[in-house]
Design a binder for this molecule. Structure first.
Ligand code: PLP
Length: 359
């Protein structure tokens, strides 16, 4: 990325030597991503990330259609749920399918809900909180049979599970570079050949008039450089060792989606009786960076919409933590994390006892 920023600093739309050098970097990166997922390079539209890719597919496609029905799931990322709320406010009908208790959406539910008014189905390939893999190929087959347009949010799947565009039969697929170790603020949307979409922000007509604005050439080069570099499958033994030790040492822990296929690096669990946010802060002090199952919005701690949709009660959702193992993590790190959780739990219990005695 540094080399590209220093040496290919031209505007890739400019015909002069500096522009051509940048154009070459952009073309090569587009080719690499297209090869990686098995599509033609003309299908790739570079964006500022997964959020923009999802918005571009949803608004870009639906604005070419008469208002109708969109089918999605209740466990999608906010970058899908929020644009769909906007559509709903303008007269569209949005069906949000509930997953089963393991956080997996049923393909039959998609089939049952497709009617003549259905303009789009939107489904993630893997959930960002639990890692649960969704039945995209089955849903793709249903969409093909019913001639319904399909957007797959593959932000969490890229590099972590097999992406078989042919089998998915998707019309749009969204990606984000930072989930595979690439730079933040870069992503892409695959658009099936022949599909016309409207731009979100009209301008100079870059990316074949699908996404105007001068491309982030160093970021895009970084995205291409990251493809296939991290062997996420190698993290499965680390994640599994973590969950084994968690069950051994903290017997009342519940791991979400434990018995279904998941992305190899994700573990979401709840620690009954403990606040996820408190655990997160204590772990942070001990040098661990984890996520909690609640999101802070307008000062309120909202329980995770994913866990709530899976049937978890608010108490469980509030006591949940998510660990995403990275390429440098080892089984020793997983063991150290469980030890720290045990230590924090003991300390919190003894503090609660002291407060009770004083009270
Ligand atoms: N979709 C999913 C499933 C995600 O997990 C994320 C980010 O976490 C996004 C979309 C948004 O991607 P970005 O952060 O690149 O906008």
């Amino acid at each position: 990325m540094q080399d590209v920023a220093a040496q290919a600093f031209g505007n890739p739309s400019s015909p002069h030597w500096a522009g051509r050098a940048a154009r070459q970097v952009l073309d090569d990166a587009r080719e690499e991503l297209a090869d990686f997922i098995g599509v033609r390079s003309g299908a790739i539209v570079f964006t500022s990330g997964g959020t923009e890719a999802n918005n571009l597919a949803i608004h870009g496609w639906c604005s070419t259609q008469k208002p109708g029905r969109v089918i999605t799931s209740a466990i999608e990322h906010p970058s899908v749920l929020r644009p769909l709320e906007h559509l709903e406010a303008t007269g569209w009908e949005v069906i949000r399918l509930q997953p089963d208790k393991d956080g997996v959406v049923r393909a039959e539910d998609v089939a049952e809900n497709i009617n003549n008014n259905t303009r789009m189905v939107v489904l993630m390939a893997a959930n960002n909180e639990t890692g649960a893999i969704q039945p995209v190929a089955e849903v793709g087959a249903i969409c093909r049979e019913k001639s319904t347009t399909l957007l797959v949010d593959a932000v969490q799947a890229l590099g972590k599970t097999d992406i078989n565009v042919g089998e998915w039969n998707a019309d749009f697929i969204s990606f984000s570079a930072h989930k595979i170790g690439g730079p933040r603020g870069v992503g892409a949307l695959m658009v099936r050949r022949g599909l016309k979409i409207n731009e979100l922000a009209p301008g100079g007509g870059q990316e074949r008039k699908r996404r105007s604005g001068t491309e982030n050439v160093p970021g895009i080069a970084g995205f291409a450089a990251a493809l296939g570099k991290i062997y996420f499958k190698g993290l499965e033994p680390v994640r599994d060792a973590f969950e084994r030790k968690l069950h051994e040492q903290l017997p009342n822990m519940h791991v979400f989606s434990e018995h279904v296929s998941r992305t190899p690096n994700t573990s979401m669990f709840c620690a009954p009786g403990m606040e996820g946010e408190t655990l997160l802060m204590q772990l942070d002090l001990a040098g661990f960076a984890v996520a909690s199952g609640s999101a802070c919005s307008s000062g309120q701690r909202e329980p995770s919409h994913v866990l709530v949709a899976m049937g978890a009660d608010h108490e469980q959702a509030r006591s949940s933590l998510r660990v995403s193992f990275g390429p440098d993590n080892t089984v020793d790190d997983a063991t150290a994390l469980v030890h720290e959780l045990v230590r924090i739990r003991k300390r919190l219990i003894s503090m609660a006892g002291a407060i009770r005695e004083q009270g």
